[in-house]
Design a protein around this ligand. Structure first.
Ligand code: HMG
Length: 392
């Protein structure tokens, strides 16, 4: 895996103070600490290219047959972000290159396509590069403002996984046509029905989780008695804001308790949240919502904290994309996971950022042209209707 975040962030407490809100609402109520702020030069392509380069560098050279970018912040109606990334990284011409879109689920669509391509044998030994890259914007002084963020996570998906071996063919899916969150063409900021979106998320989770559980029990990956979710060493959820993962975990426990006819207690739910979910939230709480990449940032965070102790253990993952579609799936942590996580240098990437004031954040939010500062990959502007990028 490789990760890229904008070089600037704000403290969520500074934002609360500037908005006249009790900081505890954002820190305890939403579970946020810091929020990434992308300037126009750090667009979806620039973040995706940097994360992809880091993933390729970390995993070593591989023969690639597929590049997929999952994004809901595309830069063109026709030319995919993946096409720009392909060019910026100088990847081989003999490969499939495309974007996938369904709100925050887009990256998981890429992961599933890559996994099933490999499992089918069609990949014939080649690997896939899947990148999740997004910029989450609700606008200043909106209820969604403290849940913005930006970043990219890239993954090399191959036959011989070092970090995580995905369980093929047992995921559970849930989709319904709803308007919980969407972004009409031409609008920079998302439309959202915030409280309804949380209800859509938890309802989809219940269906997707039960779909996964039925197949996992049938394949004897988990036992049918008791609380099936407790047999997962970690559960990583899509993290639009950290408190949502807590609500998600309560939902999963309720499904388990009701399916097994067992009475759960608040203390048991809290203890399982601390052990099974909280480690995944440390990085997310410092970046904010990165849409397609949020689940995978949570996974990287969980592996980063869990280290070698997680090797050989099964983790659950829930991907949710508003609109909506979702999937619960699982995988077993690889013996070399801790080494691979170390190569992703998550702590270093987060430490290598600059904290800015709320005044500076507000100025950046109104910019449409790049600030023109050097960076590894940067959007520099449009000439003859073509987006141009620089490599630092
Ligand atoms: P809000 O309505 O202003 O906040 O915005 P609230 O009044 O619901 O309060 C939030 C929490 O803070 C509550 O906790 C309050 O009790 C607590 P809860 O009861 O829910 O556990 N609180 C306090 N705690 C401590 N001290 C205080 C205090 N005051 C209140 N003083 C909302 C919240 C999430 C609605 C808003 O930020 C929003 O609209 N965000 C964007 C939508 C979103 O993130 N939805 C999540 C589910 S949909 C999804 O995940 C998909 C998505 O990623 C997009 C995609 O798929 O592409 C969004």
């Amino acid at each position: 895996m490789g990760v890229a975040v904008p070089r600037r962030y704000i403290s969520i407490e500074d934002l609360a103070t500037a908005r006249g809100v009790d900081p505890a609402k954002y820190t305890l109520g939403l579970g946020a600490r810091e929020m990434a702020v992308a300037e126009p030069g750090e667009d979806t392509v620039a973040l995706a290219a940097l994360a992809a380069k880091r993933a390729l560098d970390a995993t070593g050279h591989r023969e690639l047959g597929m590049l997929v970018v999952g994004t809901e912040t595309g830069v063109d109606h026709s030319k995919p972000v993946a096409s720009y990334v392909h060019g910026l990284l100088g990847l081989p011409t003999t490969m499939r290159v495309f974007d996938t879109q369904h709100a925050c689920y887009g990256g998981t669509a890429g992961v599933m396509a890559a996994m099933e391509w490999i499992a089918s044998g069609a990949a014939a030994g080649r690997a896939a590069l899947v990148v999740c890259s997004d910029i989450a914007r609700y606008g200043m002084r909106t209820a969604g403002e403290p849940t913005q963020g930006a970043g990219a996570v890239a993954m090399v998906i191959a036959q011989d996984p070092a970090m995580l071996e995905l369980d093929v063919g047992i995921s559970g899916a849930a989709s319904t046509h709803v308007h919980d969150f969407w972004r009409p063409l031409g609008q920079r900021e998302a439309q959202v029905d915030g409280h309804y979106s949380m209800q859509c998320y938890t309802e989809a989770l219940a269906t997707a989780y039960r779909g996964w559980k039925t197949r996992a029990i049938a394949r004897e990956l988990v036992r049918g008695d008791g609380l099936a979710s407790e047999q997962l060493a970690q559960i990583c959820y899509h993290v639009p804001f950290c408190k949502m993962a807590r609500k998600a975990h309560v939902q999963v426990r309720q499904c388990d308790a009701s399916d097994a006819g067992i009475a759960d207690t608040d203390a048991a739910v809290a203890a399982s949240f601390t052990q099974q979910v909280e480690p995944s939230l440390s990085a997310c709480s410092r970046v904010g919502n990165i849409y397609t990449g949020s689940l995978y940032l949570a996974l990287l965070g969980a592996l980063d904290i869990g280290g070698r102790a997680l090797a050989g253990k099964r983790v659950g993952m829930f991907s949710y994309g508003s609109g909506c579609t979702s999937e619960f799936f699982s995988g077993v942590v690889g013996a070399r996971a801790a080494d691979m996580v170390e190569r992703a240098q998550l702590a270093g990437v987060l430490a290598d950022r600059e904290r800015i004031t709320i005044d500076e954040y507000e100025r950046i939010m109104t910019l449409v042209t790049p600030m023109g500062q050097p960076g590894p990959f940067l959007f520099t502007g449009v000439a003859e209707h073509r987006r141009e990028y620089a490599r630092g």
